[in-house]
Ligand binder design. Structure first.
Ligand SMILES: CC(C)(COP(=O)(O)OP(=O)(O)OC[C@H]1O[C@@H](n2cnc3c(N)ncnc32)[C@H](O)[C@@H]1OP(=O)(O)O)[C@@H](O)C(=O)NCCC(=O)NCCS
Length: 368
């Protein structure tokens, strides 16, 4: 029998093979393309196509995925009614989890082969954006808006949420965050989705499981948690005093650290560049001083670097988005990566079934 090893949190364990993405010497590649180049040259729709179909689209393929997204955007009336009934104080991620599951009852695609899965992936991507925007409307006392065909995915989410088309900067920044968030090999939520797929369960179940895993603050919930932390400071001095105390007490700082990147997350560097421009444009450099007051001791003293969620939280905040929307926007993007992994897992499946070390009571008789 092979030697058995135990790695808490599966750290360092290779749990499968994938062609979807990798972190190669600290650099994230989606199907071989460096994230820096995709962030500069590609839109979310192109990245979605890349992940779901395997390569960047040509013009007609790009038009086709955009048309499919538009076709699949309208929410079923029954889903909108169900959305209306959810208590107002329910967290957006919980709403999204329930509503994606509910949407599954109205899935217009059929079949269980790779082509059907790809179509379902596009449908899910369109529906998730619509659910987030519709919920946002309800919370603000408005009825959901019909989608406007022809808008980019990023612009569509903002349009359906706010009722007006975003300016070019807002559209570009949301698009960038969608590109950066789309995929990250065997992270916790993707692994969850693959485990669900490995039992021969369905794609909607895998995505619902992924949403549940992403919600936690150690994973996707960190963008909200990082902003909650920053929001408590009015000045740079307050932030400096707080971080000194937190580090002294070995507190966990949200938006920092990563299982895979030990010398920094490239996505954070890319987004931070945009964040600095955004803060300047909005005359909100005071926030950057607070941001840096937390970052500097983390990087210089602890050598723990920001992950993408750190700049993302403040980016969304400066765009005027409510905190509760940050992790759902992560879902709006990562659904493409989850689906790509589902398709890959389904095509070459073996059920995930690891072992455990039993630490309970020794064998004992039932009395009586
Ligand atoms: C992402 C995360 C879960 C990775 O966990 P991990 O791989 O188990 O963490 P590591 O093994 O690299 O941690 C190494 C050390 O750095 C510390 N560390 C890691 N991230 C830290 C953080 N954000 N704040 C303070 N200390 C941190 C750990 O406590 C550990 O210290 P120790 O050796 O004294 O126990 C972890 O860094 C974290 O909780 N970050 C905050 C949440 C977050 O931003 N998540 C989004 C990830 S994209």
């Amino acid at each position: 029998m092979a030697e058995q090893t135990f790695s808490p949190g599966l750290a360092g364990v290779i749990a499968g093979e994938t062609e979807v993405a990798c972190v190669d010497q600290g650099q994230l590649l989606y199907r071989g393309y460096p994230i820096e180049e995709l962030a500069q040259k590609s839109t979310f729709e192109e990245v979605a196509y890349l992940l779901i179909y395997g390569d960047l689209p040509n013009d007609s393929q790009l038009q086709a995925i955009k048309a499919s997204l538009d076709k699949y955007r309208p929410l079923d009336a029954a889903l909108v009614d169900a959305l209306r009934t959810i208590p107002k104080d329910t967290a957006m991620m919980d709403v999204l989890r329930s509503m994606v599951s509910y949407a599954g009852h109205f899935d217009p695609t059929s079949g269980d082969d790779s082509d059907a899965y790809r179509e379902r992936a596009v449908w899910l991507t369109a529906q998730i954006a619509g659910i987030i925007a519709a919920r946002f409307r309800f919370l603000n006392g408005h009825e959901p808006l019909d989608p406007k065909p022809g808008l980019s995915h990023a612009a569509q989410i903002l349009y359906q949420a706010h009722g007006e088309e975003p300016d070019a900067l807002a559209e570009r920044i949301i698009d960038l965050t969608l590109v950066l968030y789309a995929e990250h090999d065997f992270n916790a939520s993707t692994f969850t989705a693959r485990v669900i797929c490995s039992t021969l369960s369905d794609m909607v179940s895998a995505i619902v499981g992924g949403i549940g895993a992403l919600k936690g603050p150690l994973h996707g919930g960190a963008n909200e948690a990082a902003m909650e932390m920053l929001e408590q400071f009015k000045t740079q001095e307050e932030a400096t005093a707080w971080i000194a105390d937190a580090l002294e007490n070995k507190g966990k700082i949200m938006g920092f650290g990563h299982r895979v990147y030990k010398n920094g997350d490239h996505r954070a560097v890319i987004l931070e560049g945009e964040l600095r421009k955004l803060a300047e444009q909005k005359g909100q450099q005071n926030w950057m001083a607070i941001y840096d007051a937390i970052k500097e001791p983390m990087v210089n003293d602890k050598k723990i670097y920001p992950n993408v969620d750190y700049p993302c939280g403040l980016t969304y905040y400066l765009m005027g988005l409510p905190l509760d929307l940050y992790t759902p926007l992560f879902v709006a993007s990562r659904v493409t990566g989850w689906c790509a992994h589902f398709i890959e897992q389904a095509a070459d499946n073996r059920i995930y079934r690891p072992l455990s070390i039993y630490t309970g009571e020794a064998k004992r008789p039932v009395k009586g």
